[in-house]
Design a binder for this molecule. Sequence first.
Ligand code: ZN
Length: 314
Amino acid sequence: MTTTATTGTTSELDRARADFRQQLLDADLLVETGVPGLYGRSGTFENIVEGVDRVVVAAGPGSDATKLRFPPVFPRTSFERTDYIASFPHLTGAVNTFAGSNAEHAELLAARSRGEAWDSWLEPADTVLVSAACHPAYSRYAGALREGGELLDVYGYCFRHEPAVDPARMQAFRMHEFVRIGTEADAAQHRDSWVERGLEVLGSLGLDATAVPANDPFFGRAGRMLAVNQRTENLKTELTVRLYGDLDEGTAVVSCNCHREHFGETFGITTVDGQVAHSACVGFGMERIALALLRTHGLDVDLWPGQVRDRLFP
Ligand code: ZN
């Protein structure tokens, strides 16, 4: 998910973000790790996330969807098929491990004891960190879909290498997604219906959200073209909440995405009548919604409006 372009001066915005971050740490909502954008979560913060998840699930397709849960790492072979490395090399995280000999281990330890980098003794493992909760799901559907396609409920941790002061831009965060794989019409209908429903979910929590056309943060010069295409073809709509007043255009807390035939093509998924499958997903950014609630209703959860508390903590 992107945070849209800034309108305030950078220093004001940076200060507002740093202030909010410090408030969250002082209130023991987040736990500092020493790495920008990587936090532990307190019990209070987790209770908010769990409450948000209950509300999201209640608005979702329920037992009509196939529930799937994946670890925060998935096979490199599936990662290859997402094409993520082409568009987002700067956000990628790949797992490396040691597979050398005793002699090489001794070299590694000697370098380490000299205070030198030892990573060069590691080599790629067969796993990559999940960057979008839906990515590990597609490989399972290679081949022809059943009649009516698939509707999935996927929830998990995502990694994006974005060290930032803004607590809303975490390196590791959870997304609860509802994913549709089927015909072009199925996918478009899924995406469109979730813009409205997503706004209702956020509104029911007292959040003032706006639907805005958006693009992913594609890398480099070629990426700028992809971003323009994504916007002109209206493939991505973000539901944003202003965490920093007028200093920026808001933070995306929900993202509604049409992938068109991208995953159908790369994972070899077809509809019953042999067409390349289309897919779409809506992703609820759990930490970002929790932060939007804290920003909107205050850092003391006990003082939140009764109606919001009743929704989150029934
Ligand atoms: Zn997705």
